[in-house]
Design a protein around this ligand. Structure first.
Ligand code: PNS
Length: 159
């Protein structure tokens, strides 16, 4: 049965990968609406600009009818509360993700106990994909076609 409500799926999405898409599709089964919340991180110099990342997520999620995409800057839980979100969705790939994710989830819970963090596991096929690995393969002219959707591949090739 579907949970009611809005969930945010926050992240850098630099770029959006098949792993992100996998998690998003799972979240869409659980929540009425999922917003992909693209973080504007002034400390990180991204491969794509925040606006480009947003547009690419939109291009990759047209097949999902309960998804929207937005950009945010600031503290995630403040944004989540302002949007009326009941949950934050984060993907887990492997054990090494746990440390960072647990620290972030506990910090977010202390700040906003009413916003639950929900961890979803990727399919095995996508367990080794990360945006940073995609950027590295791209940098050395490797084939990224099995890691990212076609729209992202085209946008990276156009660089
Ligand atoms: O894809 P990422 O880079 O792992 O996503 C991390 C993100 C953007 C979800 C996280 O850095 C974040 O929420 N940034 C906003 C500032 C904030 O609220 N941090 C959490 C408090 S520990």
């Amino acid at each position: 049965m579907k949970q009611k409500g809005l969930a945010l799926y926050p992240g850098s999405f630099d770029p959006f990968t098949y792993g992100h898409q996998d998690i998003l599709e799972r979240a869409c089964q659980l929540f009425d609406h999922v917003e992909v919340t693209v973080a504007q991180n002034s400390e990180k110099h991204g491969f794509f600009s925040t606006e480009e990342r947003k547009q690419l997520v939109e291009a990759c999620t047209g097949h999902l009818n309960n998804v929207s995409v937005a950009v945010f800057e600031g503290l995630l839980v403040d944004y989540a509360k302002a949007q009326g979100a009941i949950a934050l969705v984060r993907g887990l790939r492997q054990v090494s993700d746990f440390d960072y994710e647990f620290r972030m989830a506990f910090a977010n819970r202390r700040l906003a106990p009413e916003v639950e963090t929900v961890f979803l596991m990727t399919s095995e096929e996508h367990a080794l994909i990360s945006a940073s690995i995609v950027r590295e393969i791209y940098r050395y002219d490797g084939d990224i076609s099995t890691f990212v959707p076609p729209a992202v591949q085209e946008a990276m090739a156009a660089r």
